[in-house]
Write a protein that binds this ligand. Structure first.
Ligand code: BGC
Length: 368
């Protein structure tokens, strides 16, 4: 074999290796009860993502800007203690058992009434007071990533059925993929999502100059408590029309009742395409850095939350730097309060069924 061929072979081998994730594990700290919290770092040729076992949270995602500089594009804290002190932002977490809201924390299933904790005004948010975001998951290295496992017992936060949840984070070139696999031993409701706050400029400043595209013709308007009214309203002619890529701040202060209720965007968009099939959920472009984030999912909806309740002062040191609108969430999901809206795609899960859902965050850059 000639030297030239040897070089070509070695080069393609290294590229192939880098396309796969290199996974490493380190100790991050301990919970107040002494439980160890680990950090898994997944690295491919285009991305480096760190995930911790506390809340199965994405702690950082490093991707390249237009000039090739790698920076962290998600909000987070530098210490475990800061994460523990913050009960309301859900930075990077897997939220569950029911992501987003359930009206008054009440629903019925097969003739049984259930009451889950009310922790957001009159409603239940993100699984209750001790949701999946605040529990330590079991981490296990897998090819290209990490699998996080949680068993939520029958009655946990008032929900029926022992739920077994596997969330797999894997990296492939410039993408972070999340696979959710869930099963139960009694009928229950499930709505899992990832609550990362993206800031493609990687600068903690408001994301209002970033441009967003949401391929959705309808959204679910909400009442004063951010519970869907049940109507699927057309986005046409409203500040909720992101079918063409639009600067996020362009209409956020419009005189619009829905924007006023939420203090900005905090709504569920009804994605085109079939529930269960992979489709584009969102595309964000940051003109400053050139970074582009494309989100694809099998879920029927996406909650675009413009970080309206972030408040740098709220927790003293804990939220330092994370000012209002300094990050945006694209929470792929079933619609909020689905258990009380029979016409929404169902969130019910029965014994013997396995629910599998996938969301991928792919990063690229765009020229000016
Ligand atoms: C909700 C917001 C909430 C935030 C928690 C989002 O998923 O839609 O209303 O404030 O999570 O920080």
């Amino acid at each position: 074999m000639t030297m030239r061929w040897l070089k070509v072979m070695l080069l393609s081998m290294t590229t192939a290796m880098a396309a796969h994730g290199l996974v490493s594990k380190s100790a991050l700290g301990t919970m107040p009860d002494g439980t160890a919290v680990d950090l898994y770092t997944l690295k491919s040729d285009g991305i480096e993502a760190s995930i911790m076992t506390y809340g199965a949270r994405v702690v950082s995602i490093k991707t390249a800007d237009r000039a090739g500089t790698m920076s962290n594009v998600v909000l987070g804290y530098s210490s475990l203690d800061a994460y523990l002190a913050d009960k309301t932002t859900y930075f990077g977490a897997i939220v569950g058992r029911y992501g987003n809201r359930i009206a008054l924390g009440k629903f019925s299933l097969n003739g049984h009434q259930y009451q889950v904790p009310v922790n957001n005004n009159a409603n239940s948010l993100h699984g209750g007071t001790l949701g999946f975001d605040k529990l330590v998951w079991q981490g296990r290295e897998i090819t290209d990533g990490v699998e996080m496992t949680l068993v939520s017992k029958d009655g946990d936060q008032g929900y029926p059925g022992t739920l077994t949840v596997h969330v797999r984070y894997t990296v492939h070139h410039n993408a972070l993929r999340i696979d959710y696999v869930v099963s139960t031993d009694k009928p229950t409701v499930v709505n899992l999502t990832n609550h990362s706050y993206f800031n493609l400029s990687a600068d903690n400043k408001p994301i209002l100059n970033e441009e967003l595209m949401l391929p959705a013709d309808q959204y679910t308007p909400v009442d004063a408590g951010l519970i869907p009214t049940g109507v699927l309203a057309p986005v046409e002619g409203t500040p909720f029309d992101f079918r063409k890529s639009t600067v996020i701040g362009a209409r956020i202060h419009d005189d619009n009742e829905q924007l006023k209720i939420a203090g900005g965007y905090d709504h569920n968009w009804v994605l085109r395409g079939k529930n269960g099939e992979v489709k584009t959920a969102a595309r964000v472009y940051d003109p400053a850095s050139g970074r582009v984030l494309t989100v694809t999912t099998t879920e029927p909806g996406v909650q675009f939350y413009s970080g309206n309740f972030l408040d740098g002062a709220k927790f003293g040191k804990a939220q330092e730097g994370h000012v209002k609108n300094s990050g945006l969430c694209l929470e792929t999901q079933h619609f909020p309060d689905s258990p009380n809206h029979p016409k929404f795609p169902t969130t019910e899960l029965k014994p013997g069924e396995t629910r599998h859902s996938t969301t991928t965050f792919t990063f690229s850059t765009q020229a000016k």
